[in-house]
Design a protein around this ligand. Structure first.
Ligand SMILES: Cc1cc2nc3c(=O)[nH]c(=O)nc-3n(C[C@H](O)[C@H](O)[C@H](O)COP(=O)(O)OP(=O)(O)OC[C@H]3O[C@@H](n4cnc5c(N)ncnc54)[C@H](O)[C@@H]3O)c2cc1C
Length: 380
């Protein structure tokens, strides 16, 4: 058993962190306040091999695997989770193309996203159905060689900045619910698409989130990803791997909270001694450290197993479930340890507290992860 990262992964980790410090720190506050998407930083990240780190070299990526991608995500999230998401979620949706797409689709989309030229989106959630994936209503009806798509998508990351999206649509309404869906690639500039940015998010405000409406949107049937009618199962499998990325975001944010607090409690004094000398302070730091260590184990192991072709998707769901709660716990403790200063936007912990909550919501709420894990435990 070897818990040591390879030399390549250590170098990638260091490089990703240095990149985030150099590129994010100076603009983090401004992008958070102004809800600014960071296209230039994403392009620079692509030049450094940080976009689509999981994409194999044959499709234009650096081929760092799911573990490499988790490590990049962790390091970027230590500095600014929103700007980091603009980099690591630039490929969001492409996982389905890689897993199920044709060779032509892989070659057409993956290299252009990894190079920084294009941005992808995964358009699944709808205004009336999020957790209930089988409740989506968007329809794709065959007409000649095309699909004609009608419906609405909600809370889509990269909605107004993407060049294409992978959308979940009902193609086989006469089949049982779980056999009625298909994933379809839709160019963002197709006629009949309306995209609106959602303003006023609590956190990750530099990430672009929006609504997408499809009104008689025509795409060729060759844009189908995988097998028609298999979209539900394909999407469930898609989340199996993307959950690891969200758990890695949680890991990075939690580590940043702990590091910042350790420094702060050594400097800040109360009752004539540094805060760190008090056992109640040590209790908070200790609980943060233990949860982070446990989370790192879950994230790295679930990522590594996927790279080893021995995936344990229940472990990935556990990483996502525990990750959200660890980040929320650590960000809360960080604000408390900073006292009143933690409540002011001059201190990063205030932003991290707002950013952390999304980790318990997107890519499956924590309740959805419980459903996934609970089902498997009883089926074993
Ligand atoms: C910033 C942001 C970015 C996002 N990015 C994307 C994206 O790129 N692509 C995309 O498709 N979606 C995206 N989402 C959507 C996100 O994945 C959904 O919001 C999430 O899955 C929850 O769905 P919902 O909002 O419809 O809540 P609902 O499904 O309505 O759930 C509401 C509450 O009920 C609970 N609940 C639901 N069913 C059950 C049950 N059976 N038992 C117990 N509790 C239950 C949920 O856990 C939750 O607490 C994003 C959301 C946000 C906020």
């Amino acid at each position: 058993m070897d818990f040591e990262l390879s030399e390549e992964l250590k170098m990638l980790k260091e490089m990703a962190y240095r990149f985030a410090q150099a590129e994010f720190s100076g603009v983090s506050h401004e992008c958070d306040e102004g809800e600014k998407y960071t296209a230039e930083i994403r392009k620079k990240a692509a030049e450094n091999g940080l976009v689509g780190a999981w994409v194999p070299e044959e499709y234009g990526g650096p081929g760092a695997g799911i573990l490499g991608n988790a490590i990049v995500t962790e390091e970027l999230s230590k500095v600014d989770m929103g700007i980091g998401l603009n980099i690591v979620a630039a490929t969001f949706g492409c996982e389905a193309i890689y897993d199920y797409g044709t060779e032509e689709q892989k070659k057409a989309y993956l290299p252009r996203v990894c190079s920084g030229e294009w941005v992808s989106a995964g358009a699944f959630t709808e205004p009336n159905a999020g957790t209930d994936v089988a409740g989506y209503k968007t329809r794709a009806v065959k007409d000649g060689d095309d699909y004609v798509i009608n419906g609405n998508k909600m809370f889509i990351t990269n909605a107004t900045v993407c060049d294409f999206m992978v959308a979940q649509c009902i193609t086989n309404p006469d089949q049982k619910k779980h056999n009625s869906f298909s994933l379809i690639i839709v160019p963002a500039d197709a006629k009949g698409i309306t995209r609106n940015k959602i303003h006023g998010k609590m956190g990750i405000r530099s990430s672009d989130t929006g609504e997408i409406a499809f009104e008689d949107v025509r795409v060729p049937q060759s844009n189908l990803v995988g097998v028609e009618g298999n979209g539900f199962r394909q999407l469930m499998h898609f989340f199996d791997t993307t959950r690891v990325m969200v758990a890695a975001q949680a890991l990075g944010l939690s580590e940043a909270c702990l590091d910042t607090c350790v420094k702060y409690v050594k400097e800040r004094t109360a009752f004539g001694a540094p805060l760190g000398t008090y056992q109640l302070t040590q209790m908070k730091l200790t609980e943060m450290a233990i949860r982070i260590e446990a989370l790192r184990g879950l994230v790295y192991k679930s990522a590594w197993l996927i790279d080893e072709n021995r995936p344990d998707y229940t472990l990935a769901a556990m990483a996502k479930y525990f990750g959200g709660q660890t980040a929320v716990f650590c960000a809360n403790a960080a604000v408390e340890l900073h006292g009143g200063y933690g409540y002011i936007d001059e201190y990063a912990v205030q932003k991290w507290y707002r950013d952390a909550k999304i980790l318990e919501l997107y890519e499956g709420t924590k309740e959805a992860e419980i459903m996934t894990i609970g089902r498997v435990l009883q089926a074993r």
